[in-house]
Design a protein around this ligand. Structure first.
Ligand code: AMP
Length: 181
């Protein structure tokens, strides 16, 4: 079970990822979490990524591809994996396709969690993470719209897209997800 989890910030990917990885018994690969860890450990990658993250911009592809590549090489992905917050650009998606092709492990599906912008802003503002200020929130939504939204079409063209209504309780959303997996 090799899944990509798409959805704007605040759509509930974090909560649903925990449920999904437990349910399927697969590892969770969250680039946002990896970058936050790198930053708190004071690594070079963390220092490079910080300015992008705190202003709601995407971290450049080469940095992301290098941390994901390292993580994939560690090889605990026999049962599959849930990619959360990655890929976020067409370049990252093409690179992932290529590396999965080499490994002979194609994606099982791409889950797209859909929530409208007004509700996303409200959810993000009540969460209180360092990058959850209103101007940063808007920039993160814009980054999603500009760079990541095109992935919806990219994966739809491959027949992999599974859109999911992200409104309602976490349990309701999870039931919808299970139905399409
Ligand atoms: P997240 O926890 O997934 O919302 O990610 C937090 C922040 O980390 C994002 O706003 C970006 O600045 C950065 N980030 C995480 N994953 C990626 C990615 N795949 N590509 C570029 N930037 C990323």
């Amino acid at each position: 079970m090799l899944l990509v989890f798409l959805g704007p910030p605040g759509a509930g990917k974090g909560t649903q990822s925990t449920k999904l990885t437990e349910y399927f018994g697969i590892p969770h690969l969250s680039t946002g979490e990896m970058l936050r860890n790198a930053y708190s450990e004071g690594t070079k990658v963390g220092r490079l990524a910080e300015a992008y993250m705190t202003s709601g911009q995407l971290v450049p592809d080469p940095i992301i591809l290098s941390i994901v590549g390292e993580r994939l090489e560690r090889g605990d992905f026999d049962k599959g994996c849930l990619f959360d917050g990655f890929p976020r650009t067409i370049g990252q998606a093409q690179s992932l396709d290529l590396s999965l092709k080499h490994r002979g492990t194609p994606l099982s599906g791409v889950l797209e969690l859909r929530v409208d912008n007004a509700e996303l802003e409200a959810r993000l503002m009540s969460r209180g993470r360092a990058d959850d200020r209103i101007d940063v929130v808007r920039q993160r939504l814009k980054s999603y719209h500009d760079a990541t939204q095109p992935l919806v079409e990219y994966y739809e063209a491959q027949g992999l897209l599974r859109p999911i209504d992200g409104t309602g309780s976490p349990e309701e959303v999870f039931e919808r997800i299970k139905k399409v997996c």
